[in-house]
Design a protein around this ligand. Structure first.
Ligand code: FAD
Length: 618
């Protein structure tokens, strides 16, 4: 069904041209002057990825030039927020390089806000600096375009190719152009997966007419996880999904409101509900509740408990801050820069935050590795600081040789955000070039047979539709296929009801998880019969398949970790307490590509960076 096949051989293939992908393309050229660098992107890199609309703040900047923060401080911060479990080597490595990335953004023309008195970048919070972010993505896209030999827009990568000479070594990737229907084969010496996180695997709060209105980018479909999972790469912390507290219905960001406008939350009776839940939360997580700042999940926990106890709605108190005309302007501009939809929702609901405190909500769960959460691929750390168990030759290389990750793809290293993801793309690209230079990518063989087999698999949903449409019984219903939207809703229902979604107040347990796994397996079987009526629906079909594989991995991880490490993100009803004795560790999974079965194991957490007190005392 493919129109024609296009072959492209290259040295470095970057999958996804978002923040991490553009960083990777840029840095690959710096180190690999003569190498052939290709980027394949599902959308168009000028506006693709989670930052597509622009951002109002760069959320990760140390400010080392002014002595504001050091990389060690950031490691402590991320460790604290993630309830002790992060890959400190990866976090430190990102943090020590992130300032240089931001300085380049500045040089490239990104409008940075400056503090008029100090001349420094305007801080929104300890880690965040404020920008006029509308041009953010086009600026980094330009850097990638000028660096790569070619950027292919509108290509969805569906599978990784594997080398047939050496086991467990990558050989490229394949996909299709969703506008032309052409089949693309990229044979590559190294592949850097930078395909963003996963939304819409759990049932969203906004369904029907509002579907697509989510906090996380609706087009982030988990390819970053499905691609490595499918070839047997190890994954880590996939249970660590994220739930966001945001303005209700529009999911407008709250960061600038809390940090810059100094707004605060209260329940329907005007009470500080977080205090009310202190003792009960302490019973579950012990001293973690006393950490400062309070870990994100625990703040969610108080919100969820208060709402379940009938104390809602929960409001953001904006009426005070908005009396100051400057803060009022900042509040509105914050949405103009990135979430115009929130302003529209408020207008439609007759909310002027100067006179009415807007409601907040907790979102459905998402899976991503660059925000306040840690899901993703298990990668090698940097050679100078990674402990032996975390190091296997090349920084940010997954457990599949020649396959690298960056941004949301990489697990264990939270709080990278846009700047940290770009930085991680740079780190991965530098290592990928080294991998090629050290002749680790020699004699890769990807046969025509392998490419032909994938071609048949990729375009099968078109054939399913063409054949099955003759049997349509009513409307769009055919006994022979399911449509991508039907499969998506079935997936979301399973994840919601069995793996800790909104309908069950994020609650799950061993029995429901096991049932969820059964249902996911049957969904996988049925996805062999997904039908696509055009190339756009073919993309939807493959997005669904990637979401489903990601979901299986999330469920396996959630089953494996027998504790509730992050109350407020999800609850294991059968193990409601945090259990440091048995679970102060990272979880790892590997799916056997031949059998489709997952195996799970624990990996140690190394605390490389001391607690501040100890460091100061020494
Ligand atoms: C709502 C929201 C608000 C945020 N606010 C801030 C903020 O204020 N400040 C900040 O610093 N950070 C913010 N972030 C975080 C930041 O956007 C992410 O950390 C960053 O974009 C992650 O980079 P990435 O490259 O991993 O993913 P992305 O930037 O999302 O890029 C992934 C790319 O891969 C492409 N892709 C996906 N699948 C495929 C496939 N199969 N084939 C080919 N291409 C594919 C996508 O189209 C996309 O271009 C925010 C994120 C969200 C969701």
């Amino acid at each position: 069904m493919a129109k024609k096949t296009i072959f492209e051989d290259c040295d470095v293939l970057v999958v996804g041209g978002g923040m991490a992908g553009t960083g990777a393309a840029f840095e690959a050229r710096h180190w690999g002057r003569d190498l052939k660098i290709i980027c394949a992107e599902k959308a168009n890199i000028d506006r693709s990825g989670a930052v597509a609309q622009g951002l109002y703040a760069i959320n990760c900047y140390m400010g080392m030039q002014w002595g504001e923060n050091q990389p060690e401080d950031h490691v402590r911060y991320a460790r604290n927020d993630l309830m002790g479990l992060v890959r400190e080597d990866l976090g430190y490595d990102m943090a020590r390089h992130v300032d240089s990335t931001v300085h380049m953004f500045d040089e490239w023309g990104l409008p940075m806000m400056r503090n008029k008195e100090t001349g420094r970048y305007q801080r929104e919070g300890k880690w965040q600096i404020m920008i006029h972010g509308e041009s953010y993505k086009p600026i980094v896209a330009e850097a990638a375009r000028k660096s790569a030999d070619k950027i292919y827009n509108r290509i969805m990568i569906t599978h990784l190719l594997m080398d047939e000479t050496k086991e467990n070594r990558v050989g490229g990737a394949v996909g299709f152009n969703m506008r032309t229907g052409d089949y693309y084969v990229f044979r590559a010496k190294t592949v850097i997966v930078a395909a963003g996180g996963a939304s819409h695997i759990f049932k969203p709060r906004a369904v029907g007419e509002g579907m697509g209105r989510t906090w996380y980018a609706p087009w982030s479909n988990g390819s970053a996880y499905a691609l490595p999972i499918a070839v047997g790469a190890k994954m880590t912390q996939m249970e660590n999904r994220i739930v966001l507290c945001r303005f209700k219905d529009g999911y407008g960001p709250v960061g600038a409101y809390f940090l810059h406008l100094k707004t605060y939350t209260q329940n329907a009776n005007g009470e500080n509900y977080e205090k009310k839940w202190y003792d009960k939360t302490k019973e579950l997580v012990g001293e973690y509740i006393d950490h400062h700042p309070t870990p994100t999940c625990l703040r969610n926990h108080a919100f969820i408990q208060e709402t379940m106890a009938g104390g809602g709605p929960i409001y953001m108190v904006t009426k005070e801050a908005f009396q100051d005309p400057h803060l009022e302007t900042v509040g509105w501009e914050n949405f103009l820069g990135m979430t115009v939809g929130q302003a529209v929702v408020w207008a439609s609901q007759n909310i002027d935050p100067k006179y009415t405190n807007p409601e907040l909500t907790t979102s459905e769960p998402y899976v991503m590795g660059s925000h306040a959460t840690c899901s993703g691929a298990w990668v090698s750390g940097p050679e100078d600081i990674a402990p032996p168990e975390y190091f296997w030759g090349y920084n940010r290389m997954t457990t599949v040789e020649g396959l690298f990750g960056a941004g949301d793809t990489v697990g264990g290293s939270a709080h990278k955000f846009s700047s940290g993801s770009f930085t991680e793309g740079r780190l991965a690209a530098k290592a990928a070039v080294k991998y090629i230079e050290e002749e680790k990518a020699k004699d890769i063989n990807v046969s025509d047979k392998q490419c032909e087999e994938f071609k048949e698999i990729i375009f099968k949903p078109l054939e399913n539709y063409t054949v099955g449409r003759n049997e349509i019984t009513g409307g769009t219903v055919s006994p022979s296929y399911i449509l991508p939207i039907q499969g998506l809703q079935r997936l979301q229902k399973i994840m919601d009801e069995y793996v800790g979604g909104i309908s069950y107040n994020y609650m799950t347990n061993e029995n429901t998880l096991k049932r969820g796994l059964e249902l996911l397996e049957w969904l996988q079987e049925d996805l062999e019969n997904v039908g696509a009526e055009d190339y756009h629906q073919l993309m939807r079909a493959w997005e669904l398949k990637h979401r489903t594989l990601t979901s299986q991995c999330v469920t396996e991880h959630t089953l494996f970790r027998q504790e509730t490490r992050w109350p407020g993100y999800y609850y294991r009803g059968d193990y409601m307490k945090l259990d440091d004795e048995n679970w102060h560790c990272l979880t790892l999974s590997r799916r056997d590509p031949k059998t489709g079965k997952f195996t799970m194991e624990k990996a140690p957490v190394y605390h490389i960076v001391n607690e501040k007190e100890k460091k100061e005392a020494s």
